[in-house]
Design a binder for this molecule. Structure first.
Ligand code: GLN
Length: 195
């Protein structure tokens, strides 16, 4: 299996990091929970999980990880961001407040909690050509919407005509939660990007 021996650093400050780790473990990759900058040593890819982007942002600052994580991503380490992780990477967050932290590395315009109170959480089948013909279960939890995508980013899946999975260079980012779907294909596909 090509995944064997890979070391994935899963940012483990808040949110759904355990679930990502379990998926990677299931795929035979070694997943490390990253809480301080020393944990990044030897990681050949990174995961920014879902959770609460404002909280993760504050913890990135207090843990001293904001700079080192940003440097890694800028250096081109393959990075998989989901939901709050995508919000943290986005260049423009319409409802970002003073003091909210962002990494400003992915050319997207997003709106947080965009689906409204009636549709806070839902599951829909998504067509993702990169994963083959079988639809992927898209689990959305207080998800952001991607309102605009910069030239460098490629849209890999839509829901209701809006992008929900994008790729830009070494960054893959989803507004949904593949780690909660029971379907390992997206994590597996991401690992194929790791040199
Ligand atoms: N609503 C959260 C935020 O704005 C994201 C939700 C999630 O990651 N499931 O940070």
């Amino acid at each position: 299996m090509p995944e064997d021996g890979m070391k994935v650093g899963v940012l483990a400050l808040q949110g759904a990091f355990r679930e990502h780790r379990e998926v990677f473990d299931g795929l035979g990759a070694e997943a490390i929970e990253v809480r301080v900058s020393e944990d990044l040593a030897g990681c050949d890819s990174l995961v920014l999980p879902g959770g609460e982007s404002t909280v993760i942002g504050k913890l990135l600052v207090s843990s001293g990880l904001l700079g080192p994580v940003g440097d890694r991503i800028r250096d081109g380490v393959p990075t998989f961001a989901t939901c709050a992780g995508l919000i943290l990477l986005a260049r423009e967050v319409l409802d970002r407040r003073d003091g909210d932290v962002g990494l400003d590395l992915l050319d997207l315009q997003v709106r947080r909690n965009a689906y409204g109170p009636q549709r806070q959480s839902f599951e829909v089948p998504l067509a993702i050509a990169a994963l083959g013909a079988r639809p992927f279960p898209g689990v959305f939890i207080r998800a952001p919407a991607i309102l605009a995508v910069g030239d460098g980013a490629e849209v890999l899946a839509h829901h209701d005509d809006q992008p929900v999975l994008v790729r830009s260079g070494s960054i893959w980012a989803a507004t949904f939660h593949p780690e909660l779907s029971g379907d390992l294909r997206l994590h597996q596909r991401f690992l194929q990007e790791v040199p």
